[in-house]
Design a protein around this ligand. Structure first.
Ligand SMILES: [Zn+2]
Ligand SMILES: [Zn+2]
Length: 341
């Protein structure tokens, strides 16, 4: 039997839920979960913000680390006891045009890890298609690896596609996504400016690798970075003074959204004047997940993590709702404590 933590109804605290695992299909593995990150997407699912994506009892968790405890008869390349991770999705067709391009996240048959009735990783065991299970590099602790599977791959993939060494990159928001984006951009050789309305995060931003900090609530500071940035990645989900942010971009610059702020209105003329682009980031494909894990392991990108035992998941959720997690929440599941490999 699986023991999970689930929301019985919208916006409820999580309670334990027991269920029998489905039979292991030929390409599936069973994972004994040791760690699971909490992401703001989990809060949206608990609260029912995304319509029928939530099915109650809702078992969240899509930054899953654990050890393989059973393998289906056709599984290749993974072994019992191996340390692995699972991200936002657990399966796709692997035959459509998007899958063939390595953009499995756009597959029309995509099955997300913890939406539409699928049970995620806030549990002691989960099943997953073995082709969507990723070995974890030995240099990464499990606690550090978990947040890379959703938050990490989201920002790293955006930066990988759009930035080059020596580019001037702005990161809006120093939080769960932003603190990783500052690290990834810095380690990619970009000149990073942290943009935040929280002056108290300046020291963190500089420690994470930003070269300067701009307080978005200070118009004089903002003016100093007019026409100074090639690329701005928005990682916060709160409203900003968008004209001021756009003013910071150099001609032909790009504004990319990885966070989900309230609806934004743009003055197209001001964007056209500098031939600016607007784009978005999502979780990336399987190759992007492997790239993110490898880059983080080799270059020393490490999430700043606060951890709780799974039994205290409601306490972690309360902290996450208040924006008090510094900067990613990871649940420890069972007795295994953060193995090096
Ligand atoms: Zn997520
Ligand atoms: Zn497909």
């Amino acid at each position: 039997m699986v023991t999970a933590w689930a929301a019985a109804q919208r916006k409820r605290e999580l309670m334990t839920l027991s269920y029998r695992s489905p039979p292991l299909r030929p390409m599936d593995v069973e994972i004994q979960v040791t760690h699971c990150g909490l992401c703001s997407s989990d809060l949206h699912l608990i609260d029912g913000h995304w319509g029928d994506a939530s099915v109650y009892p809702q078992v969240c968790g899509h930054e899953v680390i654990g050890r393989i405890s059973a393998v289906g008869e056709n599984v290749a390349g993974l072994r019992l006891g191996q340390r692995v991770g699972v991200g936002w999705y657990r399966s796709a067709c692997l035959a459509c045009e998007f899958c063939l391009r390595g953009q499995e996240q756009h597959c029309p048959c995509l099955i997300a890890t913890c939406t539409h009735g699928e049970h995620g990783g806030l549990a002691n065991y989960m099943h997953c298609d073995s082709r969507f299970v990723f070995p974890i590099p030995s240099a990464l602790s499990s606690e550090h690896a978990a947040p890379l599977l959703c938050a990490g791959v989201t920002v790293h993939t955006a930066l990988k596609r759009a930035t080059e060494p020596n580019m001037a990159v702005g990161i809006v928001g120093i939080g769960g996504l932003g603190h990783l984006a500052v690290q990834f951009a810095g380690k990619r050789g970009c000149h990073v400016t942290a943009l935040s309305s929280s002056r108290h995060k300046e020291r963190d931003a500089l420690t994470l690798g930003a070269k300067r900090f701009v307080d978005l609530s200070e118009p004089v500071e903002c003016k100093r970075v007019r026409n100074a940035l090639d690329y701005i990645l928005v990682t916060s989900s709160v409203a900003c003074d968008w004209p001021t942010i756009i003013d910071m971009l150099r001609p032909c610059g790009t504004l990319c959204f990885a966070g989900m702020p309230p609806p934004v209105t743009f003055d197209i003329a001001s964007m056209m004047y500098k031939t600016l682009s607007i784009t978005t980031a999502n979780v990336g494909g399987r190759r992007d997940i492997l790239d993110t894990l490898d880059f983080a392991a080799a270059r020393g990108v490490r999430p700043w993590v606060q951890s709780w035992p799974l039994e205290d998941v409601n306490q972690a959720i309360r902290q996450l709702r208040k924006g008090r997690v510094h900067y990613r929440a990871v649940m420890h599941v069972g007795k295994e404590h953060d193995p090096a490999q």
